[in-house]
Design a protein around this ligand. Sequence first.
Ligand SMILES: [Zn+2]
Length: 261
Amino acid sequence: MASEQGDRDRPWGPDPAGGWSGQLGAGRLWFTGRVGGVSAPPFATLNLSRHVRDLPAAVAENRRRAAIRGAPTADAVWGQLIHGTNVAWLGPEAATGPGPVADGLLTAQAGLTIAMTFADCVPIWLASRAAPVGGLLHAGWRGTVRGIARAGVEALHAGGVPPDSLEAVIGPSIGPCCYEVGSDVVDAVAALDLGPGLVDARRHLDLWEANRRLLHGAGVADERIVVTGLCTACHPEWFFSHRREGGRTGRNGGFWRMDPA
Ligand SMILES: [Zn+2]
């Protein structure tokens, strides 16, 4: 059901060392899946979250292994995710480790790594084509209907980064192929007034398209929004999926970072 690749013009794709990575604006994004770690089921194997009852030593080892393969886990600021619309700017003083309670993290600071964990929710990377600035958003259905995508674009705009300078990547997450939702979610999405086609006859919600329309509505050009089309639930060999695993599973990792000049 899911396509294997996103934008053909962009070096986004399976990383030779495992996981996915690509260039975005002045930075680089990464997405790690479940391959290559040490955790036992149901967190097998590369769980990066400390909040899912996995062994702390296993998570530490997984983060170390992910770093060896390129994902900058070691000095990351990890967003504390609550399915809200708070977007935080991280400056040079940002400490590594647990970051602010926010579902959006942005920075203009080279050498600072933004990190979040995911297991079906939608990672949305934003970066400017004109300035060294960017970050990452976390959008499950709640964050989507509350407008985290728009909040991210607006926070960048408030920081002097106009929406028409942005590019975005909507990353691996649960796709319309697998995401059946209840009528409460259908109603909440309908209330966004984003147009038809977001929920099909089986009540499968397309979070990718909803967030794409939200980004576009906030001023990001259509041709600058890449939807990777990788469904976490369709690919048990690559990704943790909260829905597929019935809630007991590990977490994939999303990262964004600009290297110091
Ligand atoms: Zn799927």
